[in-house]
Ligand binder design. Structure first.
Ligand SMILES: Cc1cc2nc3c(=O)[nH]c(=O)nc-3n(C[C@H](O)[C@H](O)[C@H](O)COP(=O)(O)OP(=O)(O)OC[C@H]3O[C@@H](n4cnc5c(N)ncnc54)[C@H](O)[C@@H]3O)c2cc1C
Length: 428
């Protein structure tokens, strides 16, 4: 019997892991992916669709069963309920139709790629007064609010506090750099939203950047992009008229009139666009593979130290900080190489190359412009690149088109070409 690899989650990290495992291991393994939904939600482009008044559920959905089928990967549409690393088994409930009986699946290798719970339900007042852009439902809710209800009042954009857990405390990166601690899970989106919101205001004759306040629980917004990059971004944003509040600590509550912050400060706002804490799913908490919060503990080769046949990729992994798809993408390759090594398909020196995280982010700014960041300085690496303009916007849109066309398989040259275009051409 071929070893059975079960991949939990079928969005960026789950799909990417399954495809890379097939690529590196060939038909030496059987692969099954489990997800509660049968499509990929292309999250990073939701803000761009919303501010152009397009329904993201029509443009950003990709069928995963057919993508996996091309690689001979089985797909189960089911709600994952529990993992037992000692019995090597996962409990699930098929969820195509209500009323299905609980079932189990056993594995030789488990890849945990279930992302996190975006905990809007922990923010008091969010349901009544909050907006966001992290899925189709909320994206469309904001789209309708902007089209029908927004009266032109002040706008606040920012994040709740992130709780990183202790799963990264022993990890060293880039040859010995201690793992940094983040106070927000992912601050590319608030920066992107503040810039595109300002373009939207201008296009609709409703004002400009001075109506918008961006806030961060940290001392510096998007600090993982590197101090130099953020310094430049803040300089540009300040000269455009944006308001900035740092050290907000956390969001205490949203009200009709604004946002109350844990720092004691209050921001007046008619429109409140917020990003929550990224919290591990309940079934991940208290497991022997999880850290103090429920993120999967791994080493820099994405293997759990206590259960080396359990690997993780994407937002579910403790080592994925900030919670960025780009970092998850690199982890999918590492996961696949580790399993390929065990299958005798790859030499150890090639497979064991450690994760070297890079913040790689292209954020929409509206008006067919985008910012491009490639930085690893926060993790101890040497690079901090920021460019802005039409080319990064084209790259963002083309990345999505290529992703859909290739059903998630991104050629290596795609990334290299992006770096060349965004960094070299724009700098010329
Ligand atoms: C607005 C916004 C913009 C962003 N922009 C960027 C960007 O420009 N660049 C970038 O790199 N990153 C960006 N990110 C971050 C990026 O979206 C995430 O890092 C990425 O989606 C993580 O992928 P993942 O597969 O690990 O998790 P997810 O995408 O969260 O996928 C997890 C999967 O697991 C499934 N699942 C979860 N629980 C269960 C269960 N119990 N049973 C069955 N299935 C389950 C879910 O259905 C889902 O399909 C952005 C995030 C947001 C919110």
């Amino acid at each position: 019997m071929k070893p059975h690899v079960v991949v939990l989650g079928g969005n960026f990290a789950g799909l990417g892991s399954a495809q890379k495992i097939r690529e590196t291991c060939g038909d030496s393994v059987r692969i099954t992916v489990i997800d509660r939904k049968n499509y990929l939600l292309f999250i990073p482009n939701i803000p761009a669709e919303v501010f152009e008044d397009r329904d993201p559920s029509k443009t950003l959905k990709m069928d995963i069963a057919s993508a996996l089928d091309e690689d001979g990967v089985e797909f189960l549409q089911a709600e994952i309920k529990a993992i037992d690393p000692d019995k090597r088994q996962v409990d699930f409930i098929p969820n195509e139709r209500p009323g299905s009986a609980p079932d189990t699946i056993t594995y030789d290798y488990l890849v945990v790629a279930v992302g996190n719970r975006l905990a809007y339900d922990k923010i008091e007042g969010f349901a009544e007064h909050g907006h966001t852009v992290s899925d189709f439902y909320y994206g469309n809710k904001l789209r309708h609010f902007l089209a029908n209800d927004y009266k032109g009042g002040p706008i606040a954009v920012g994040s709740a506090r992130f709780h990183q857990g202790d799963g990264t405390k022993d990890i060293k990166l880039y040859g010995g750099h201690a793992f940094p601690t983040a106070e927000a899970a992912c601050e590319g989106p608030p920066v992107e939203v503040m810039l595109s919101m300002a373009s939207w205001l201008g296009r609709h004759g409703k004002g400009g950047p001075n109506k918008i306040t961006v806030f961060t629980p940290a001392n510096l917004i998007a600090e993982d992009a590197g101090e130099e990059v953020v310094g430049k971004l803040l300089g540009i944003a300040g000269s455009m008229g944006f308001n900035y509040v740092n050290n907000s600590k956390d969001i205490t509550r949203l009200t009709k009139d604004g946002i109350e912050l844990a720092s004691g400060k209050k921001i007046d706002a008619e429109l409140k666009i917020v990003f929550p804490d990224w919290v591990p799913h309940d079934f991940m908490k208290g497991l022997p593979i999880s850290d103090s919060e429920g993120f999967v503990v791994t080493d820099v080769t994405m293997r759990n130290p206590k259960y080396p046949n359990v690997l993780a990729a994407g937002d579910a992994a403790a080592i994925t900080v900030p919670k960025l798809g780009g970092i998850g993408h690199a982890q999918c390759e590492i996961v696949a190489k580790q399993i390929a090594k065990d299958m005798g398909k790859m030499a150890a020196d090639e497979a064991d190359k450690p994760l070297e995280p890079v913040v790689y982010c292209i954020g929409d700014m509206g008006n067919n412009m985008a910012f491009y960041i490639r930085s690893n300085s926060w993790f101890g690496g040497p690079d901090q690149i920021l460019t802005m303009g039409h080319i990064p916007f084209l790259l963002k849109m083309q990345y999505k088109n290529l992703f859909f066309k290739n059903k998630g398989k991104m050629p290596e040259w795609g990334l290299n070409a992006s770096i060349l275009l965004a960094e070299k051409l724009l700098a010329a």
